[in-house]
Design a protein around this ligand. Structure first.
Ligand code: HEM
Length: 457
């Protein structure tokens, strides 16, 4: 007695849609290849994703804020619920931010999530970059991806500065003034750059409109375009991997994109979103109603920018008031710390893959296996010297707060920090070099005790 043949399983709706799409787009072949793509598994390889997810949350919350924000300096009289400012003449922009904070449902929450996401975004980029620097993941063939990354970092700074300046409060106005002074200080073309930057005489009526277009359109387009190129290169060049028993220069040992890496990334996205929502919901940030509206003749003290601008603030505070003249043109003291030194620092960052190959390792070969910091003591020494320099100037960005807290004259503290910015990086570099060298030395086997144990009497 033969069993009745089992009826054919009918294709599910999903199968039929996928079949229809594949007939027309031939997706199966490519997606099968990419869905099986191996992603080397190490927590440090997820830091780039954290930056990416913070960017996504910035775009989502930023879109919400843009629906309510007005980039307009026209004066209005505040009549909203915040009593201390009622009857005060403020700009329409500042008024729209107060409305967002006190009158738009979830407005303050989105403002805070957006601001925290900006701080986390830049922090993730910096840690991501350090991971790549100290493991040599910028080496051939990834030099171009390193440069693209560097531009992404610059754009992230630009997004932070333009976004930070939009509320038109007294603190952000102070920052904008410093930015304007830096533009003005550029020899020969400074006044033109200043005029173009703010659209007229300072403080300018069109400045917020320009900052707004930069912040909501030009910079995000640049970030998304370059990030696309960045990730395309990661896929094309495959990801570097840690040195393991199975890892070779010609293979990739890791988890497949589907389902493993995809699930890891999805849960990471929601974890990043949850942390940012928690920060935005619990920890107050950038309470512009306390700073008051921007007035060019007022300065807010102590005033510190967001952390990722602290190094620049510190450079400005440490640099002596040296002015000099070239071809009859006076170069203001602010030019070197605000334009030249950052230019040199970013120049070194962009050129680093070539500096490293040419002067540090002499190695121009292609590499897909990560190094350990101890493997290249000179690179590690440079890295730590650079980090220490950035840390000292970052601390100097709050020299007024520290002087008050330590009850020390500001000039004394500034002199100490100037010397620290010169001496400490050298010491940190030398120490890192020594430690890396030490870690590289083969561990001598413990001398086996050849003396026969004394016979117990
Ligand atoms: C918006 C900012 C950035 C985002 C969203 C981002 C995202 C990513 C992601 C998701 C990866 C693959 C996973 C990983 O290694 O973490 C990656 C790899 C890479 N990134 Fe970035 N990145 C950013 C900025 C940077 C910066 C500032 C640099 C260096 C200056 C950089 C250099 C690289 C390099 C060289 C790789 C390949 C690493 C490897 O194969 O091990 N990225 N990036």
């Amino acid at each position: 007695m033969t069993a009745a043949p089992r009826p054919e399983a009918k294709d599910s709706l999903l199968d039929r849609i996928a079949g229809w799409a594949d007939d027309r787009l031939k997706l199966a072949e490519g997606s099968r290849k990419y869905l099986r793509k191996a992603f080397p598994g190490h927590w440090s390889f997820l830091i780039g994703e954290i930056a990416m997810f913070a960017l996504i949350i910035l775009l989502l919350t930023g879109t919400f804020l843009a629906l309510f924000y007005t980039p307009d300096t026209t004066p209005v009289v505040y009549s909203g619920p915040y009593v201390p400012l009622q009857g005060t003449e403020i700009s329409a922009a500042y008024n729209s931010v107060l409305e967002l904070s006190f009158e738009v449902r979830a407005g303050l929450l989105f403002r805070q999530i957006h601001h925290w996401a900006a701080l986390v975004f830049v922090a993730a980029i910096v840690v991501h970059m350090l991971r790549i620097f100290f493991t040599g993941a910028f080496r051939r063939p990834r030099e171009l991806n390193w440069v693209v990354g560097g531009i992404l970092l610059l754009l992230a700074f630009g997004a932070g500065f333009t976004g930070y300046s939009l509320p038109d409060d007294l603190l952000s106005g102070t920052g904008l003034r410093i930015g304007y002074s830096a533009l003005l200080s550029v020899p020969f073309v400074g006044p033109l750059l200043g005029y173009l930057g703010i659209g007229g005489e300072y403080p300018g009526v069109g400045v917020l409109g320009r900052l707004h277009i930069l912040h909501v359109m030009i910079i995000p387009a640049g970030l998304l375009g370059l990030l696309g190129a960045h990730l395309f290169m990661v896929v094309r060049q495959k990801h570097t991997q840690k040195r393991t028993r199975r890892a070779r220069e010609d293979n990739v040992v890791g988890e497949p994109l589907w389902p493993n890496q995809a699930l890891t990334m999805t849960s990471l996205f929601f974890a990043v979103a949850a942390v940012l929502a928690f920060l935005g919901g619990v920890f107050e940030i950038n309470p512009v109603w306390l700073y008051g509206p921007y007035e060019p003749f007022e300065v807010f003290a102590p005033s510190q920018p967001d952390w990722y601008m602290g190094w620049l603030e510190g450079l400005l505070r440490l640099w002596p008031a040296w002015e000099f003249t070239i071809l009859g043109v006076t170069i203001p003291a602010i030019f070197i710390p605000s334009v030249v030194v950052p230019g040199i620092l970013f120049g070194i960052v962009f050129a680093w893959p070539w500096i490293d190959a040419r002067w540090i390792t002499g190695d121009h070969a292609e590499h897909h296996i990560n190094q350990r910091p101890r493997d290249v003591p000179a690179r590690t020494a440079f890295g730590f010297a650079g980090l220490t320099f950035l840390l000292v100037i970052f601390v100097a960005g709050s020299n007024d707060v520290m002087a008050a807290a330590l009850q020390t004259p500001l000039d004394t503290l500034t002199t100490v920090l100037r010397w620290a910015a010169i001496v400490l990086p050298v010491l940190a570099g030398l120490a890192a070099y020594r430690i890396a060298e030490r870690l590289n030395q083969p561990v001598e086997a413990a001398p086996s005790s050849t003396v026969p144990a004394a016979k117990s009497t």
